[in-house]
Design a protein around this ligand. Structure first.
Ligand SMILES: Cc1cc2nc3c(=O)[nH]c(=O)nc-3n(C[C@H](O)[C@H](O)[C@H](O)COP(=O)(O)O)c2cc1C
Length: 189
């Protein structure tokens, strides 16, 4: 409950309830549920309906999971080890039809990821996006094509309890979320 956003206006419950958890339980996410989350992502809008997002995933207990986990930074490895799925989000940087640069690719992939996270929240699955990973190691595992860029790795799982985490992660799991006030980033002009 401590993580539910306190908002001024009537913001959607799903948005208020999503947060970046670090404590994951042993419960496994099924492949069907993972595909539902990715399908939700695919319904995001995108420039020219290009759908530049791509996803690669590894289930807990597989060699690929270990390899992907090994790419994570030291601030992410301790808690992400317990995730049920590690999901790599990438963006195709060029339009399929003429290979010209799609300057909206990262934007649209971020939007797809937001849809994915909200679908996950509806399914009581928690996602934690990570930019802290070694891109060179990641490239060695996935051999991403030239025109595909890694965006983030998302740790996914059902919620565990803070006491399974070591500090400083346990405290972070118990700290309310905060945001800038609206005045800090909107203006009428
Ligand atoms: C692109 C991106 C990269 C992030 N990288 C990391 C990361 O490497 N490690 C981490 O613990 N959290 C990471 N986060 C999570 C943010 O810290 C988190 O979303 C932010 O503090 C707001 O908290 P909330 O998601 O619980 O509302 C990342 C989030 C995004 C969107």
């Amino acid at each position: 409950m401590i993580k539910i956003a306190e908002t001024r206006g009537p913001v959607l419950d799903l948005i208020k309830e999503r947060w970046s958890a670090r404590a994951f339980s042993d419960q496994k996410i099924s492949e069907a549920d993972l595909h539902t989350m990715i399908e939700a992502a695919s319904w995001a809008p995108s420039s020219m309906n290009e759908q530049p997002w791509r996803y690669r995933y590894a289930m807990q207990g597989t060699d690929t999971f270990e390899q992907m986990w090994d790419c994570l930074s030291s601030g992410n490895q301790p808690w992400a080890k317990q995730a049920s799925v590690l999901l790599l989000s990438t963006a195709k940087k060029n339009f399929a039809k003429n290979d010209s640069p799609n300057r909206h690719a990262l934007h649209d992939t971020g939007m797809a990821n937001a849809f994915l996270m909200l679908q996950a929240t509806q399914m009581k699955i928690y996602g934690h996006m990570m930019g802290g990973y070694d891109p060179v190691k990641l490239q060695e595992i996935f051999h991403l094509p030239e025109d595909e860029e890694a965006v983030c790795i998302i740790a996914l799982g059902y919620l565990g309890t803070p006491d399974q985490l070591e500090e400083p992660f346990r405290s972070r799991e118990l700290t309310p979320r905060s945001r800038k006030s609206l005045e800090a980033f909107i203006s009428e002009n």
